[in-house]
Design a protein around this ligand. Structure first.
Ligand code: SF4
Length: 86
């Protein structure tokens, strides 16, 4: 699957699924996240989000309790390659 244009979806989601503990918190705060019935773990509907979705994504980063609160979701600004801090 090819990535969407940076202008359309400036943010990329990195999900370290191996660390997900299935808490469901991300899906509570962001429409971009859902829980897989098969695995019981989270799944991003899209790995790329736009400006309007950014706040919800950063909230998902913030609330993820995995890895002792460090979380397993990271948002990257594709224009700079830098991590966007919640
Ligand atoms: S909040 Fe974190 S640990 Fe909980 S389901 Fe989402 S990704 Fe997994």
């Amino acid at each position: 699957m090819t990535a969407p244009d940076v202008e359309d979806k400036p943010y990329k989601i990195i999900f370290d699924g191996k660390g997900c503990i299935g808490s469901g918190k991300c899906a509570e705060v962001s429409d971009n996240w859902e829980m897989s019935l098969q695995t019981g773990l989270a799944r991003a509907k899209s790995n790329y989000v736009d400006e309007d979705q950014l706040d919800d994504e950063l909230e998902a980063v913030r609330v993820c309790p995995a890895r002792n609160g460090d979380g397993v979701i990271t948002v990257i600004d594709r224009r700079t390659g830098d991590e966007v801090e919640p």
